[in-house]
Design a protein around this ligand. Structure first.
Ligand code: PMP
Length: 295
């Protein structure tokens, strides 16, 4: 992380990057009562800013807390952070957490904090890897079922299994891990949704126990606008070898081709290239028509 200068929006004021600290007894640190967002600005505009803010507020509610700022205030604070950092193309990270007044599982009265940081993050995966496709391992841990965790929340606690899985994959030379869900169905990568292509149609798992990514929804709209069929369904691991192409989507990852899942290889074909271009165009502020197509 080479960003060390600039300011971070912290509970309504800007503080210098290196002073943006929290108390060691913060509930969010001990008990995972923390939610966050990952957003990108392109050419000075935050792509789907309102949708990300709504998801942030909803994530907090799913953990039982109300972030003490309105959607409009949060949207404005993100803009101010970008302006303050003099960034037009950037990654934006809002994070909300329960503070440190009470220690213990119950912390009903703890202050809810909100911070927003922004920095340059050109590519989530290495650019060379992005072009030829990333390699995924199969993760050991599975996405929990909807009765085990509030899966629609972008909650810090749910990322524990993602980090363990990504580290395990990296230690074996892979870029990322593909996670199954509790039933053994194909679910998603550790920070991105997954898609497959066969006979000109796109197949993707139904998001019934993992994030229905904002990028995922955008890319599905872009594919349909091109007349490509998109099928949301149960995908079994036994099917992985039958697909021709594979890619992942996410705010950070954008559209990234996958060249291999644990020994099964995929081409980086025309449909993926088209969707990468369409996504790049849709996120630019000067592309109003595609914006509309992207919903
Ligand atoms: N799944 C997980 C686990 C993620 O962390 C992300 C990134 N937020 C996604 C899916 C994709 O979500 P989005 O397209 O909204 O960034």
């Amino acid at each position: 992380f080479d960003q060390l200068s600039g300011d971070i929006w912290y509970d309504g004021t800007f503080v210098p990057w290196s002073d943006a600290k929290l108390h060691i007894l913060s509930h969010g640190l001990h008990y995972g009562s923390s939610v966050f967002e990952g957003e990108r600005a392109y050419g000075g505009r935050i792509f789907k800013s309102e949708a990300h803010t709504e998801r942030l507020l909803e994530s907090g509610r799913m953990l039982g807390f109300e972030i003490p700022w309105t959607a409009d205030q949060i949207n404005a604070a993100k803009e101010e952070t970008l302006a303050r950092m003099q960034l037009t193309d950037a990654y934006i990270r809002p994070v909300a957490w329960r503070g440190s007044e009470m220690m213990g599982i119950s912390a009903q009265k703890n202050t809810i904090h909100l911070a927003i940081a922004a920095w340059e993050w050109p590519s989530y995966f290495k650019p060379e890897e992005r072009l030829k496709g990333i390699r995924l391992d199969l993760a050991e841990y599975r996405r929990p079922d909807p009765q085990t965790a509030p899966y629609k929340a972008k909650a810090a606690g749910l990322y524990m299994i993602c980090t363990i899985s990504k580290h395990a994959a990296e230690s074996k030379g892979y870029t990322d891990a593909l996670m199954l869900d509790w039933r053994g169905h194909v679910a998603e990568a550790t920070g991105a949704n997954v898609f497959f292509i066969k006979d000109g149609a796109i197949h993707t798992p139904t998001p019934d126990c993992f994030l229905n990514g904002i990028t995922r929804q955008t890319v599905m709209d872009l594919a349909r606008a091109r007349g490509i069929e998109v099928i949301e369904r149960t995908i079994l691991p036994e099917e992985l070898s039958g697909f021709e192409q594979c890619f992942v989507t996410g705010t950070a990852a954008e559209v990234t081709p996958v060249s291999e899942i644990n020994g099964t290889t995929y081409q980086v074909g025309e449909i993926i290239k088209t969707l990468m271009e369409d996504y790049d165009a849709a996120v630019r502020p000067e592309a109003p028509a595609l914006q509309a197509a992207a919903g």
